[in-house]
Write a protein that binds this ligand. Structure first.
Ligand code: ATR
Length: 276
């Protein structure tokens, strides 16, 4: 019988996950369908019950449900629990188990492009929201040595650091402080929504002091090149956008559901074609 997968969120109409995951099912000859479900905040508990009754085999979770879903699940993986956000749910014999593949997806995508281990590098994360937390804690879990955080609101960066359950050497900075220290970093990770379409003419930090040998990774993939990426390139730095992270978080979710690792390159191509 055809298995049903999906994604829940609000809004959900622009999500690239359905086209990406349905292509993976089809190309691997699997009898499954991945459906977007528009679920509003107040309907989340009912939606989860409904999905369980209907026997949905697995689903992704996006804004605004990544944190609110946690108490509604039967079990949550320790890393996802530490991050405080779930983006992937697997139905195992009627029990819903939550995972977070965003951080791991990011690190796989970064590693592929960077070409060497990222864990012993000096890393700066810009931003202290949900995406930053997933990346920072996953880097910590995997043994990264130095990961600093720069954020508009210093207190949010400090909280991120203090709540990290993994041993990482970390300093929290304001954006202004980080701008002065920027030459210290091998890798800079942009996790805020600044520069995202349609407000493409903005950057969260000035790159005057970036090293030409640095690598800048922006988790935004629309536009394909953000202002900060362009500026980093002009300083001689290597850059990447968030497309690989998106494909890898999807491939990792797909693997949790099916036991098969879908091809992230194919996933990326599908999304790129769709974005035009
Ligand atoms: P997400 O879950 O997608 O990471 P979020 O939790 O809303 O999003 O976090 C947004 C991040 O972008 C935060 O680091 C936020 O900084 P504050 O902690 O100071 O709010 C940052 N951010 C959002 N808008 C910003 C702006 N206009 N200037 C600077 N930083 C901004």
């Amino acid at each position: 019988m055809e298995k049903l997968y999906g994604i829940i969120g609000d809004p959900i109409g622009h999500s690239m996950s359905p086209v990406m995951q349905n292509d993976a099912f089809t190309s691997l000859g699997m009898d499954a369908h991945y459906q977007p479900f528009h679920i509003m905040r107040e309907n989340l508990p009912t939606a989860i019950k409904g999905m369980k009754v209907l026997g949905v085999a697995g689903f992704n979770v996006t804004v605004p449900h990544k944190t609110a879903i946690i108490p509604l699940l039967d079990e949550v993986d320790p890393l996802a629990a530490a991050i405080g956000a779930v983006n992937t749910v697997v139905n195992i014999e009627g029990r819903f188990i939550g995972y977070n593949t965003d951080g791991e997806g990011f690190i796989r995508g970064l590693h592929e492009e960077y070409g060497q281990s990222v864990l012993d590098k000096r890393i700066l994360i810009i931003g202290a929201g949900g995406a930053a937390r997933a990346i920072y804690y996953t880097l910590g879990q995997q043994g990264a040595k130095q990961v600093d955080i720069a954020n508009r609101t210093l207190d949010n960066a400090l909280q991120l650091k203090e709540r990290c359950p993994y041993l990482v050497e970390t300093a929290a900075f304001t954006i202004e402080e980080a701008e002065k220290n920027l030459a210290n970093y091998d890798i800079i990770i942009q996790t805020t929504s600044i520069g995202m379409s349609p407000k493409v003419n903005a950057s969260p930090i000035q790159l005057t002091n970036i090293r030409s040998a640095a690598f800048l990774s922006d988790i935004i993939y629309n536009p394909a090149e953000t202002l900060i990426m362009k500026e980093a390139r002009e300083h001689g730095a290597r850059v990447q956008n968030g497309m690989k992270m998106f494909a890898y978080q999807g491939a990792l979710a797909f693997e949790k559901w099916t036991g098969t690792f879908a091809d992230p390159k194919r996933m990326m191509k599908i999304v790129q074609e769709r974005l035009g």
